[in-house]
Design a protein around this ligand. Structure first.
Ligand code: PEP
Ligand code: MG
Length: 574
């Protein structure tokens, strides 16, 4: 019987395939306390299960090759690191030795304790790390309960098709992608999960939040996954298949046509130049940005260098990463953002702060950097050294006041002086910019641009702060709307401040990569956009058809619009 399941599309595209279910692993623990004589044997069981889980991750890694390996490796590394976490290990041993818990019960207790810690984090990226942690513990529990990896082998042998799971692990997605996986249907998980990021990189459509997925979909059922509409059609009917075939034809045609835009200039129909930059942080994204002819890297997030590790990355390690970026972009401008992590990241790296009641409004981004000057200066020194190799700009996240910018500038200047004293050839001036993602920063952009050399509007955060709607909270999906007229007024205000100050202003939130929003952003006066590399060609193509002069004439009416519908009514449709 045809049935439509709805969810949230976290990776676009469509796929038709047979369902391959991965049962959610639900474990019940034996709660009986251990006898003293059993303790050492239980620890041996736990160690064997941990070793088994490590070997499984290594095995998955060994099966991956080429681009898939490059894409999946960071995620597998993150799982391997969690598995080897000394705090986790010590906690498990203490529960078995002193608490007389069995290994399974200890694992579940640790999963719940640390899961609650991750779950309470305000930053959606960090919060989504809970899924990684659950998956890692699930792997150890599975190893504890079986002595061969039959399940894993069965999973790997299943080829093609659509993975249906509660919360698929990046390793599962990667392992199956090697065998022709077509798409992913998950009953839970966020757009910020590693699996979702991986699906986007591998260009696999993916839906999350399909709550009935595991109840409704049986193994081998035919499923049409629609990452455009956010639907999965179970047992699709003739009209669904016709729509799919049409999508395939359109997608093939679009791709062919867009390929012609790979190295075309980013220019509008009326001949105006707009800079289209890429948001990139991983090697594959830098390569894609270059291959697609991005005009630069407009946002390089550095958080990945700091997460999933015990010690902070040193200056040389950071320098190498920034150097790869500068050299990878072959002389095009790169904008590197200083660390933007939430306040309550208990990562054991020395940056961990006491937990805060409201971390999204707490010590994050530049606020954290200014409280950790040694960490900040290490990062700035690495950036300045890389700036000697090509055009690099420094970008500061979560700026709220001019005083913060002055303090940051003093650190940059002091680092440059020290580096020159040590014999490094640091350029005379390295541009330092402010992210505009706090409403106060948007309203006072003019004052900030007297200190900063450029501004980058971060609509992902600006939206959540202007509308008081947590960007990671599914329940507020409707309210979290970057097209709310309040946002448009702020964007127009910042653009005008930049023009008056003679300072460049870019926009690097998710909406920059939505071709449908391009007319609006151009009308508001933006001339530089930074987006996921996968969006570049579609945006450049749309740009080629835009008359910017005509769009800009709409600006006064756009900023006075009463709501989203009134905004849409003013703009040309796709
Ligand atoms: C933003 O807030 O819009 C942004 C680009 O930064 P991030 O998504 O990393 O917070
Ligand atoms: Mg942000």
């Amino acid at each position: 019987m045809r049935r439509v399941l709805t969810g949230v599309a976290v990776a676009p595209g469509m796929a038709l395939g047979r369902a391959r279910r991965v049962q959610p692993r639900r474990y019940s623990a034996d709660a009986r306390p251990l006898e003293a004589a059993e303790v050492e044997a239980e620890i041996a069981r736990l160690e064997a299960a941990l070793a088994h889980a490590r070997a499984e991750i290594a095995e998955v890694r060994g099966r991956l090759q080429g681009v898939l390996r490059r894409e999946a490796e960071p995620f597998l590394d993150a799982h391997a690191l969690l598995l080897d976490d000394p705090e986790l290990h010590a906690g498990l041993l203490a529960m078995i030795r002193s608490g007389r818990c069995r290994a399974g019960a200890a694992l579940i207790a640790q999963r719940d304790r640390l899961g609650a810690l991750f779950g309470a984090m305000a930053d959606p990226y960090l919060r989504s790390r809970r899924e990684d942690f659950d998956q890692v513990i699930g792997r150890v529990l599975a190893a504890l309960e079986r002595d061969t990896s039959v399940e894993e082998r069965r999973l790997a042998a299943r080829v093609g098709d659509i993975l249906v799971a509660e919360s698929p692990t990046p390793a599962e997605v990667a392992a199956l992608a090697n065998h022709g996986l077509l798409g992913v249907l998950a009953s839970s998980g966020s757009a910020y999960s590693h699996s979702a990021i991986l699906a986007r990189s591998l260009r696999l459509p993916m839906l999350t939040g399909v709550h009935e997925a595991l109840d409704a979909v049986g193994d081998d059922d035919l499923v049409l996954l629609d990452g455009e509409r956010g639907e999965a059609v179970l047992h699709p009917a003739a009209q669904d298949l016709a729509r799919y075939r049409q999508w395939q034809r359109d997608a093939a045609r679009d791709e062919q046509r867009r390929a012609g835009f790979a190295h075309a200039p980013s220019r509008s129909r009326d001949g105006r130049r707009i800079d289209l930059h890429a948001n990139a942080e991983r090697v594959a994204e830098i390569a894609a940005a270059r291959a697609l002819g991005a005009d630069g890297v407009g946002l390089y997030r550095t958080e990945f260098l700091f997460l999933h590790r015990d010690a902070l990355p040193g200056e040389d390690e950071q320098f190498e990463a920034y150097r790869e970026l500068v050299l990878g972009m072959g002389g095009r401008s790169v904008t590197v953002r200083t660390l933007d992590i939430g306040a309550d990241k208990a990562d054991g790296s020395g940056l961990a702060l006491a937990s805060e009641p409201n971390p999204a409004l707490g010590v994050r981004g530049l606020r954290l950097s200014l409280r950790q000057p040694a960490v900040f200066r290490t990062q700035l020194r690495a950036m300045l050294r890389a700036a000697a190799l090509g055009p690099l700009r420094i970008l500061l996240p979560m700026v709220t006041t001019a005083a913060e910018l002055r303090a940051a500038r003093a650190h940059v200047d002091a680092c440059a002086v020290a580096l020159r004293g040590e014999g490094h050839a640091i350029p005379d001036a390295v541009a330092m910019g402010a992210m505009i993602e706090v409403p106060a920063a948007a309203l006072c952009a003019r004052a900030l641009l007297e200190i900063a050399d450029f501004a980058a509007i971060g609509t992902n955060d600006l939206t959540q702060y202007v509308l008081a709607a947590d960007r990671g909270n599914d329940a507020l999906g409707e309210l979290y709307d970057p097209l709310h007229p309040a946002l448009l007024r702020l964007i127009a205000h910042v653009v005008a401040a930049g023009r008056r100050a003679g300072r460049p202003v870019s926009l690097c939130g998710e909406i920059a990569g939505e071709p449908a929003q391009l007319p609006l952003l151009l009308a508001l006066g933006l001339t530089e956009l930074s987006m996921h590399p996968a969006r570049l060609l579609a945006v450049r193509e749309r740009l080629a058809g835009m008359d910017i002069g005509a769009l800009r004439a709409l600006a006064p009416r756009l900023v006075r619009a009463s709501d989203r519908d009134a905004v849409a009514a003013l703009l040309p449709s796709a």
